[in-house]
Ligand binder design. Structure first.
Ligand code: SAH
Length: 257
């Protein structure tokens, strides 16, 4: 089968989880981008309640914990990711303020108006940007913040190959002005939107992926599903190299009014 005939939704979820739990982050990002996004948020103190949704193995959760003084509940669907996060939290002695919990971003256990900040790096696509912005708004206090990174088009037009790829992977990908308009409609003042620099994809995501892919392929030699998945990941990296002028991850920071 060619890459073109596959999309990310076709693969065995347990294999994908195993592959990604071997990496420090499960999507493009960086410590600097997390800290920059935090710099637009001014309401935090030691009693603040923060949720990190779709936290993965917690790369950004730890950065958040080290740069705020509040309490963080980090939520992900996958137990292996949460185990890795909680182990790191223990190692860094952050367990009084940071807790990894298994759960889903579309069925949150918080009270209405309870949270000061909802964080989500490279994960809101799982529920959809518009739905997530509207649903999560209920759990924020007035004056509370949302900060998410999300795949976005950087130009009005784009070549067909990259349009088709994203249309399969995540049809809700849209331009920055359209995403901002969706946030405004959902009840936020948009405080900032900035594009993640290229190294967040290359150095921090695709390059560590090369080593992880070698180890994974050695273990699953002959497993067609594993091999097709890695082919898809490689294809994703090549597409980024070719079409990075047209799309990227954008951090959006909004304040609930
Ligand atoms: N924030 C991390 C992980 C991003 S990858 C990082 O930037 O490195 C997206 C994450 O969303 C994965 O960890 C995946 O397990 C998680 N996820 C997928 N669907 C979810 C859901 N419904 N609720 C919570 N987490 C979910």
């Amino acid at each position: 089968m060619s890459n073109e005939e596959h999309n990310i939704h076709d693969f065995d979820i347990s294999l994908i989880c195993e592959y990604f739990s071997s990496m420090d982050r499960q999507g493009p990002g960086s410590t600097e981008a997390t800290i920059k996004a935090l710099s637009f948020i001014d309401n935090l103190h030691k009693n603040s309640k923060i949720a990190d949704l779709g936290c993965g193995t917690g790369g950004q959760t730890i950065v958040l914990a080290q740069n705020t003084s509040g309490n963080i509940t980090a939520i992900d669907l996958f137990p292996d990711f949460i185990d890795k996060l909680n182990n790191n939290v223990q190692k860094l002695n952050l367990q009084t303020r940071v807790k990894g919990v298994i759960g889903s971003m579309d069925k949150l256990d918080f009270q209405p108006n309870e949270l000061d900040l909802i964080w989500s790096e490279g994960a809101i696509y799982n529920i959809g940007f518009e739905k997530g912005m509207n649903y999560w708004n209920n759990f924020l206090k007035k004056g509370g913040y949302v900060a998410v990174s999300e795949a976005s088009w950087l130009t009005e037009e784009r070549p067909k190959e990259i349009f088709d790829f994203w249309n399969e992977a995540y049809p809700e990908i849209d331009t920055i002005p359209n995403k901002i308009a969706q946030m405004q409609k959902a009840g936020y003042v948009v405080m900032a939107a900035f594009i993640l620099p290229e190294y967040c994809w290359t150095q921090n995501f695709f390059i560590p992926g090369i080593t992880a892919q070698k180890i994974f392929l050695d273990k699953y030699k002959g497993n067609q599903s594993a091999e097709e998945f890695i082919k898809y990941e490689k294809h994703h990296a090549l597409l980024y190299d070719q079409y990075k002028d047209y799309y990227g991850y954008v951090f959006y920071i909004g304040k609930k009014i």
